[in-house]
Design a protein around this ligand. Structure first.
Ligand code: HEM
Length: 231
């Protein structure tokens, strides 16, 4: 595949991944977000959903690329899509910290604008006890946070220079934890909904199919290696 086509495809993937964020900004700008009964709840759910779906899209790239040699180029988009998953997960976390928990944004901004940078931190310290209490009491937030920490680690180690410094094998081992992050994200979703609500079922099925594909590939590889040894 030519370099030009890859650049065009990359631009297309960027547009696709940014579309939900642009849509959210659009809803904010045209005032529709403010008309919703609970805008903060909407943003929390919207960013959480997109964090999970982008993460699953990232996990889909490897099994799809293995279907045919001509699909090998797809690997070039994996890091990009993974970073978008981290982007949406971070927006989701920021929504929780800055909007959900009652952080006083106007006061923090006014403080920063008048040169008191520490005001942002002072406001955080005010909401922290309530947030900490929430984190301690609600285990779905604990697993969500664990998923975000893994995504942070993966994003921080994603540049090629870090991969070279870590060594391919170590890097790969660490990056397998992306499955753990997705599993924690799905668990976070199940633990959040009320008993009997089935909205997390779709993401669960997708993740299970991806895990099965991964295991199937691993088993086939082992069988092939044994056959080669025996031959
Ligand atoms: C960083 C720490 C995280 C915090 C503090 C957090 C917090 C929350 C909160 C407060 C809600 C809404 C709960 C409610 O309405 O009662 C939520 C929903 C959700 N979160 Fe998170 N979350 C975190 C990380 C994640 C991550 C990493 C993912 C995905 C990989 C994720 C995916 C979701 C999903 C899918 C929903 C439900 C969306 C829906 O109902 O459609 N969260 N989260």
């Amino acid at each position: 595949m030519s370099k030009r086509v890859i650049i065009l495809l990359k631009a297309f993937v960027h547009l696709l991944c940014l579309a939900p964020f642009v849509w959210l900004l659009h809803l904010y700008q045209n005032g529709s977000l403010g008309l919703l009964p609970d805008p903060v709840n909407f943003i929390t759910h919207f960013t959480g959903d997109w964090a999970l779906w982008t993460l699953l899209a990232c996990l889909t790239i490897t099994p799809v690329r293995r279907l045919h040699t001509s699909l090998g180029f797809l690997i070039r988009f994996r890091r990009m899509v993974g970073l978008y998953a981290f982007f949406y997960a971070t927006l989701h976390l920021l929504t929780y910290v800055l909007l959900f928990s009652g952080y006083d944004i106007p006061t923090a901004l006014a403080g920063v604008q008048s040169g008191h940078l520490s005001e942002a931190w002072t406001q955080f310290k005010l909401v922290w006890p309530r947030m900490w209490d929430d984190i301690r009491k609600r285990r779905f937030i604990q697993v969500g946070f664990a998923a975000w920490v893994i995504l942070l680690l993966l994003a921080a180690t994603s540049p090629s220079a870090i991969m070279r410094a870590m060594g391919g094998k170590n890097w790969q081992r660490l990056h397998w934890s992306v499955y753990l992050a997705a599993w924690l994200g799905v668990t976070h979703f199940w633990w959040m909904v009320k008993p009997g609500v089935m909205s997390p079922l779709r993401v669960t099925i997708v993740l299970d199919v991806l895990l099965l594909a991964r295991m199937g590939y691993w088993v086939m590889k082992k069988i092939k290696a044994r056959r080669n040894l025996a031959a």
